[in-house]
Design a protein around this ligand. Structure first.
Ligand SMILES: *Cc1c(COP(=O)(O)O)cnc(C)c1O
Length: 360
């Protein structure tokens, strides 16, 4: 059987249908129903956050975050993320200004942010890439000094904690993705998290066409999610902690197996609780990466080049700038398979195939 970079966790089927039946019995399948509200409540408790809105996906969550904060100009952002981060900026007719990443955690390099700020800068949109935290204190200081909004793309950060609280609890807004490939999922879905009550009310309206009954407030969109997706979330959530623990064991098994001076890894700091969602490996060169990928694919193992290409090199950008660190890392990084159903033997086999190629 083939092994992909990840595999969707499916809860026991009867647990899903038990949740679904609640929607059937009520004859209510969308529009802020009982299951959506229950999922939002449970997620708020699980994450310890004040306001959370369940959305149709992480990308629309990013778009309405930008819209609700009235951002229309330049947004300082990371070139090292999934393409949705940049697309949301472009889709909202804003201008992405790429600031290179740090070689240590692959998040935006805060030392380089101030040099990119102009009179048109309105916000910083940074990604906690692989669930590792950006330099939150430094970003907050810069945002305060220049009066900028801060949005975090926390699509990878479900279950990660920083500074004694959820990593999703920072900035003006943090979004998360609940896509089927993520550590907590609702098949398709995502959320917006914020602390400000007024902003929450605005986001609530914007998510649902911008009106409440006969009162019309904003240009809204439809970014709600359904009872069927909430049912999936309610049946997946009880398993998240167990799945993270399984990933943690596999993560450290890879790390131990692949102990080699020519490989670079991202290891979470000790004070930081992590979700072990990805296992990125940086090779010496793109040439080595291509060889490793080919070798694994011959064995029906399919790692992914997360994240490649560096987003500042996307072909449809009108105006861009160089980000040498991000460009270099994105050419050399490969995410090895990591998910709860993978066995220790799988990890050992994948590791020895990798080592065979790099030690040849
Ligand atoms: C998955 C992902 C998204 C998009 O989320 P969807 O729910 O698939 O729309 C956004 N940003 C990052 C960094 C992601 O990995």
């Amino acid at each position: 059987m083939s092994i992909n970079v990840t595999r969707t966790f499916l809860p026991p089927f009867d647990e899903y249908t038990t949740q679904l039946k609640r929607a059937w019995d009520k004859g209510w399948i969308t529009n802020n129903g009982e299951l959506v509200r229950e999922l939002e409540q449970k997620l708020k408790e699980y994450l310890g956050v004040k306001h959370l809105l369940f959305c149709s996906n992480g990308t629309t969550a990013l778009q309405i975050a930008i819209k609700a904060l009235n951002i229309t100009g330049e947004i300082i952002t990371t070139p090292y993320s999934y393409v949705a981060t940049t697309n949301a900026i472009l889709w909202e007719n804003c201008t992405p200004v790429f600031v290179d990443i740090s070689n240590k955690d692959f998040c935006i390099d805060t030392k380089k942010i101030e040099g990119a700020i102009t009179s048109g800068t309105q916000a910083i949109l940074a990604t906690h890439v692989y669930g590792l935290p950006c330099n939150i204190e430094e970003i907050q200081t810069i945002a305060g000094k220049y009066d900028l909004n801060v949005i975090y793309d926390g699509a990878h950060a479900f279950g990660c904690e920083y500074g004694g609280q959820s990593l999703l609890n920072y900035g003006d807004i943090t979004i998360c993705s609940f896509h089927g490939t993520k550590i907590f999922h609702t098949a398709e879905g995502g959320c917006i998290i914020c602390r400000d009550e007024t902003l929450y009310k605005k986001l609530f309206l914007i998510r649902s066409f911008g009106h409440s009954l006969d009162d019309y407030y904003y240009v809204g969109i439809n970014a709600k999610n359904s009872e069927l997706h909430a049912a999936m979330g309610l049946s997946v959530l009880p398993y998240v902690k167990k799945n993270i623990e399984k990933n943690r064991l596999l993560f450290y098994r890879y790390l131990k197996n692949l102990n080699d001076p020519f490989l670079q890894f991202l290891v979470p700091g000790e004070v930081f609780s992590y979700n072990y969602g990805y296992f990125p490996v940086v090779f010496e060169s793109e040439e080595v990466l291509v060889k490793v990928k080919k070798k694994l694919e011959e064995e029906m193992i399919f790692p992914r080049r997360y994240f490649y290409p560096s987003l500042n090199t996307l072909p449809f950008l009108k105006d861009t700038n160089d980000c040498p660190v991000s460009e270099s890392i994105s050419r050399k990084v490969l995410c090895l398979p990591l998910y709860g159903q993978l066995t220790g033997d799988d990890v050992d086999r994948i590791s020895s195939l990798v080592l065979k190629v790099i030690r040849k």
